[in-house]
Design a protein around this ligand. Structure first.
Ligand code: MG
Length: 166
């Protein structure tokens, strides 16, 4: 049985005049995450964790800023591409856990919608994805509301193993 773990981290600056995309959804807020793509650092952390579990290099290597195709690109598309790769290589997602660190806005009301968006793309059940919301207790750049950071860990297993073990 093949089991792989992956770890991902990302941080993006919050800035005026940008929509806030996080966890694959649009969240109403006065500012958004700066980035070459839509800036969705939640998805970027999950994508990096999945790539790491597959022994691949990071998201910037696969979806470079230098490629005009990636400018303004929705991160949900990138997650869809990586999800396809892992299934093609005989893996399925056993579990994903994430921590979103944001002082503002209040994100708990959007956790269900984020889950729905990511679970659909990854073809997993809501109980296979953890999303935890934290503040940085007012400390540092995140605490001043200048950025949002996300940690993600994933466990991949061989296709079929998950069902066999249940
Ligand atoms: Mg990023």
């Amino acid at each position: 049985m093949k089991i792989r773990i992956g770890l991902g981290y990302d941080i993006h600056r919050l800035t005026e005049d940008r929509p806030l995309y996080l966890g694959g959804i649009l969240i109403p807020y006065s500012r958004g995450l700066l980035g070459h793509s839509d800036g969705d650092c939640m998805i970027h952390a999950v994508v990096d964790a999945l790539l790491g579990a597959m022994g691949e290099r990071d998201i910037g290597q696969h979806f470079p800023n230098s490629d005009p195709k990636n400018e303004g690109r929705r991160s949900t598309e990138m997650l869809g591409v990586v999800s396809k790769w892992l299934y093609e290589r005989g893996f399925q997602v056993s579990h994903i856990d994430t921590v979103i660190i944001a002082e503002e806005p209040k994100l708990n009301p959007y956790v269900s919608a984020m889950k729905e968006s990511l679970c659909k793309l990854l073809k997993i059940s809501p109980e296979d994805l953890g999303i935890k919301i934290k503040t940085n207790e007012g400390l540092g750049a995140i605490g001043r509301g200048e950025a949002i950071a996300v940690w993600a860990s994933v466990l991949l297993c061989s296709k079929g193993e998950k069902e066999n073990n249940e």
